[in-house]
Design a protein around this ligand. Structure first.
Ligand SMILES: *Cc1c(COP(=O)(O)O)cnc(C)c1O
Length: 423
């Protein structure tokens, strides 16, 4: 039996209806932007393996750092103990985070980073003796699959089985071009009619919604409204963080700075699951008390795993090299050129580019559903042509590792153009 067949016996995959889904492709090896399956077929990883891999697969620099850490101190509990990799990582992050971010809390994945932010936001007001329990989020947001993160998410595919069991979340429209005032007005109304604790958002790009983009100045307005009304702001930079938008964080495009930030995905260069939630001093201070009940009683067994910290430190070092910064500019320029080439194609409804993110919306008669037929045809076409792209409904997006070569990028563009003719 090959790996794909053996997989079927015991494994349950994420976001998969096993009755109708095609069998998974067994990947045996990765290098740079390339992956190889068990039959030696080659694929370009045009989505950085769910947006986690900026520096290429099997990166030797990060692997060495991990190996060194594993053979020095692989793990120690973070309750009552600390270690150098966590301390140095916190110090390094302070150099690149917005200046108002002063405290760092570790967890394991993007969902837990969000979970921690929401819990801290709610307990912040609890500790102050104020009753504020409503969370504000965007329509079609995606913040993860654990309960509070899921409650904040607005894609029904992920949440419909659990409606009615969530914390209070009120949704406002995304301030895409033409819809800005509607979004501001909705936020004002929500704040007037509810006891709002926090507003959580994916800054500038809603990833899982299909790389929906909006302008920094509109988010600044929403954040100002929150600040004027003592509503905390949570930037979920799980997808946008570490260079994806062209700057280190999407938040770097803004004038206003958030109270909390959620980081994961590219944090460890796509190697080890780890996440961080960052906080202002003011948030930390609301938990700092002689009363033990005011402490944050949240933690995970692998909190601040030293190996994950070492991987994150190596990743940060790579991100900050001139070579990597040049890659961000180069990939962005290629995307802009490709956008010019396809934006007037009769089948293209809209296109958008920010940083290394490119998205193209294909015209359809009806709105294609998240996992609809066109989506599946496109996905299969791309795979058959050696390119891994996972369209969201009728939206095809490209988010490659930053080290992707010009030739590999060109192949992705060619396959996308080909799909516009043939699928
Ligand atoms: C992926 C993602 C999450 C969830 O991260 P996981 O590691 O999958 O739990 C949360 N927020 C955003 C914006 C994401 O893209």
């Amino acid at each position: 039996m090959n790996l794909t067949e053996r997989d079927r016996q015991f494994l349950w995959h994420p976001y998969t209806q096993h009755k109708t889904a095609a069998l998974p492709i067994a990947i045996k090896k990765g290098k740079g932007a390339l992956l190889w399956d068990e039959n030696d077929n080659e694929y370009i990883d045009a989505i950085a393996s769910w947006w986690v891999n900026p520096f290429g697969h099997s990166n030797v620099f990060i692997a060495d750092a991990i190996y060194k850490q594993l053979t020095t101190l692989e793990h120690v509990l973070f309750g009552g103990f600390t270690h150098e990799p966590a301390i140095v990582l916190a110090e390094k992050l302070m150099e690149i985070l917005p200046k108002n971010q002063q405290k760092i809390f570790f967890s394991d994945n993007g969902s837990t980073a969000v979970e921690v932010a929401i819990k801290v936001g709610l307990q912040y007001f609890f500790n102050k003796g104020e009753k504020k329990t409503t969370i504000i989020a965007f329509e079609n947001a995606f913040h993860g699959d654990t309960f509070a993160a899921m409650a904040a998410s607005g894609i029904s595919f992920y949440t419909q089985a659990f409606e009615g069991m969530f914390i209070d979340v009120v949704r406002i429209p995304v301030p895409i071009t033409g819809q800005e005032q509607e979004s501001y007005d909705a936020l004002q109304a929500v704040i007037e009619n509810n006891n709002c604790a926090a507003f959580i958002y994916e800054p500038l790009v809603q990833g899982a919604a299909g790389m929906v983009m909006y302008e920094p100045n509109t988010l600044d307005v929403l954040m100002q409204i929150c600040k004027q009304n003592s509503v905390l702001t949570i930037a979920d930079e799980v997808m946008t963080g570490f260079g994806k938008t062209g700057k280190t964080f999407a938040t770097d495009y803004l004038v206003e700075k958030p109270d909390m930030m959620c980081l994961s995905k590219a944090l460890t260069g796509g190697t080890i699951p780890m996440a961080i939630t960052t906080f202002t001093q003011d948030l930390f201070d609301a938990f700092y008390d002689d009363d033990i009940n005011k402490a944050l009683f949240h933690g995970h067994t692998f909190t601040a795993n030293p190996t994950g910290c070492a991987a994150a430190l190596a990743s940060l070092e790579l991100l900050r090299t001139n070579e990597m910064q040049d890659n961000l500019v180069r990939v962005n320029q290629k995307h802009l050129d490709f956008q010019k080439k396809v934006e007037n194609h009769p089948r293209v409804a809209t296109t958008r580019v920010l940083g290394v993110i490119f998205a193209l919306e294909i015209k359809t008669e009806t709105n294609e559903s998240y996992y609809g037929t066109l989506r599946n045809k496109l996905y299969n076409f791309f795979i058959a042509n050696g390119v891994i792209l996972r369209p969201v409904g009728n939206i095809v997006y490209i988010l490659p590792p930053y080290i992707i070569t010009d030739e590999q990028l060109q192949k992705i563009y060619d396959v996308v153009e080909d799909a516009l003719e043939k699928v």
